[in-house]
Design a protein around this ligand. Structure first.
Ligand code: CP3
Length: 343
């Protein structure tokens, strides 16, 4: 079995398998080159030959253990008919939904057809990703995707979304339920097209109260994970409830995921003692530490492996790599990881 899949099955590997969130992206000159040829980021996502090439770039450069599909979590609302565009420097923009929104304006009729390029990219990757490298699919969790749909883009605190959930929980639940259904279908199709595992990104899970977290982050994600396991027995799922704090423990017990991806704020010894007995762990090097490089990077890499590397573990970052990261810092991190992990 491939190293990353072995770790997801609960094995301890030395050195641990490694990949990085947002490993394909603007910190790589070869990405910037292809991105300028593609015209827009969305064209890059929706052109299978180019998305395939971008997926492979960090694998060629670094020999990572996981190749994550190149796409974006926001292609799901787009496939439901919500207008999506990316503005240079501003990030994603969508025509916002509000509490009075008629959800029937969102339509599932062309959903899979609009996502066909994503499935096609995964089919191509099944041929081109090296033997030992695991192919990862992904989607955003319902809460995180809903928050972008409601705010119309990124936000500091997703206040409008939370307000909707408090004022009109039944209406808000309809949107979440729709996202549970389509996201499950989407991830199952990704597996059928060649993804060997999938990661569910709940990037804004951490802004909820405990009750809000259980209802709007954990429960919908658990339903998706259940549906994937029913349709695709044996396919492991990685859940990333970023910012969940102590509630990571409930995720370990109840989400049904085989692995939890940890953000950088999760204390390592706590995670080792409270989470790792139940699930494989992934994470959680601070992307700023990777950008800083030097001895702080060496030390953080060694510490991470020495604490979490004695159980099922996938080395990764606590969030996506930043676009200003020097690419050679990744080489340094990998040298430390692969050369000294036995300490
Ligand atoms: O990990 C990978 O290499 C796979 C590709 C991937 C992208 N986005 C490519 C991307 C993945 C897994 C994502 C997930 C994603 N997208 C999330 C969840 C993870 C997280 O970071 O919390 C979220 C919230 C989004 C939404 C999104 N897409 C934002 C906020 C932005 C702007 C970010 C920025 O740095 O400008 C994007 C754009 C985006 N997605 C880029 C890439 C490579 C940059 C696009 C470009 O200009 O080339």
């Amino acid at each position: 079995m491939k190293p990353l899949l072995r770790a997801l099955a609960g094995e301890t590997l030395d050195p641990p398998p490694v990949w990085m969130m947002r490993q394909a992206g603007r910190y790589l000159p070869e990405y910037r080159e292809l991105r300028s040829q593609a015209g827009s980021f969305l064209d890059l996502c929706k052109t299978p030959e180019m998305a395939e090439e971008v997926t492979l770039q960090p694998i060629r450069r670094y020999g990572l253990d996981g190749a994550i599909l190149f796409s974006d979590i926001l292609v799901v609302p787009q496939a439901l008919g919500q207008k999506l565009w990316f503005e240079e420097g501003l990030g994603p923009r969508l025509e916002p939904l509000d509490e009075t929104a008629d959800l029937s304006r969102l339509s599932t009729s062309a959903f899979h057809e609009r996502l066909q390029p994503v499935y096609e990219t995964l089919k191509r990757l099944s041929q081109s990703v090296p033997q030992e490298v695991t192919r990862l699919g992904f989607a955003g969790a319902p809460w995180t995707v809903a928050s972008y749909m409601i705010e119309g883009g990124s936000s500091r605190d997703f206040f409008k979304s939370r307000l909707w959930a408090y004022r009109d929980p039944a209406g808000f639940e309809k949107l979440i339920d729709l996202l549970v259904d389509v996201t499950s279908e989407y991830l199952i199709q990704q597996v059928l097209a060649g993804a060997e595992t999938v990661q569910l990104f709940d990037s804004w899970a951490g802004i909820w109260t405990d009750e809000g977290f259980r209802r709007w982050s954990l429960a919908p994600s658990r339903r998706i994970i259940e549906k994937i396991h029913e349709a695709c027995p044996g396919v492991p799922v990685i859940f990333f409830p970023r910012g969940a704090g102590v509630l990571y423990q409930e995720c370990a017990m109840e989400s049904g995921a085989q692995a939890l991806s940890l953000d950088s704020s999760v204390p390592l010894e706590w995670a080792r003692d409270n989470l790792q007995p139940h699930v494989a762990l992934q994470g959680n090097l601070d992307p700023a530490c990777l950008m800083a490089g030097g001895t702080v990077l060496d030390e953080a890499t060694r510490r991470l492996v020495s604490v979490l590397g004695k159980g099922p573990f996938i080395f990764n970052l606590g969030h996506g790599i930043d676009k200003a990261t020097p690419p050679e810092n990744v080489n340094r991190m990998l040298e430390v990881l692969r050369g000294k992990s036995a300490q």
